[in-house]
Design a protein around this ligand. Structure first.
Ligand code: R5P
Length: 272
């Protein structure tokens, strides 16, 4: 691996711990104005100090994120479909590699839909993206997207993750499942988990803890952070698990403390 590629990866997966907390806010690329992301700039700003990288589309990056920030960017470069379609797999590469360089992306991200109608198209896109990104030393994060008709078990997620790595992805993002060790151990590159649909905060922290214990190098989490009643509390709690090895109870206390502090500040503000 060349120096630029390794350096970009080191900006995302922190060398001090070998772990990462990526904040995913790219949902609008097919979901439109997702709950919690109606005003993405407002959602993102308070979370930036606690995120190791920010995953988003170029439209939200250009319009909502201060270019003076030093957060590493994971640029989503696939799309072409919407939640109105039954089959979400009809994606292609939507952003050129030159644009990714211009936006100073530390990595580019693309979804693959193994087992879906457009499996081949998305896998060929991944391979093409790796070819192009390799030229500029930019790592590729493959998102193993799950079609509506597919089960999120170790067999399926392991298949999709391994194929992504075989085709050249430098990092694989998948979902947590029972037997996750089977998934992470069969992939020769770092794996991170998506959070998936919003869960009760403690459950999301348990999932994070289990994923790290089963070989994930971190999370690329969205809704379980920005749809929480305390997004800052949640990202701090997730961070404590990922980087410091905190237990679920200790992490949950971090979330609760932040939530209480915010509520107290709000009360003081109202009293003025
Ligand atoms: C799909 O919409 C995106 O790739 C998200 O970034 C991904 O699903 C992670 O977000 P969440 O934790 O909300 O599942």
């Amino acid at each position: 691996m060349d120096w630029g590629m390794r350096n970009r990866l080191s900006r995302i997966i922190k060398p001090a711990t070998g772990k990462t907390v990526m904040l995913a806010v790219d949902h609008g690329y097919f979901q439109g104005p997702t709950t919690g992301l109606k005003n993405p700039g407002k959602t993102i700003k308070p979370l930036l100090p606690y995120a190791d990288a920010l995953m988003l589309t170029r439209g939200i990056l250009r319009s909502q994120v201060d270019p003076g920030t030093d957060i590493p960017i994971i640029l989503r470069v696939s799309g072409g479909t919407s939640v109105l379609k039954d089959d979400l797999s009809d994606e292609e590469i939507t952003v050129s590699i030159e644009e990714a360089v211009r936006l100073n992306a530390s990595a580019v991200a693309l979804s693959v839909f193994v087992g879906a109608e457009n499996e081949r198209q998305t896998l060929v896109s991944l391979s093409r993206l790796v070819n192009e990104a390799q030229t500029y030393g930019i790592p590729v994060l493959a998102v193993t997207a799950v079609g509506k008709q597919m089960v999120r078990d170790a067999r399926y997620l392991g298949l999709a993750s391994r194929i992504s790595a075989e085709l050249g992805a430098h990092v694989v993002k998948t979902y947590y499942c029972d037997g996750f060790k089977q998934v992470s151990s069969s992939v020769p590159v770092p794996t991170v988990i998506a959070g998936g649909k919003k869960l009760p905060e403690r459950d999301a922290l348990v999932m994070t803890k289990n994923a790290i214990a089963s070989g994930a190098v971190g999370v690329d989490m969205g809704r379980n952070i920005f749809q929480s009643d305390s997004p800052v509390g949640m990202i701090k709690a997730v961070r404590a698990i990922v980087h410091q090895g905190a237990g679920v109870d200790a992490a949950y206390r971090i979330y609760e403390a932040e939530k209480k502090t915010k509520a107290a500040k709000k009360k003081v503000g109202k009293g003025r």
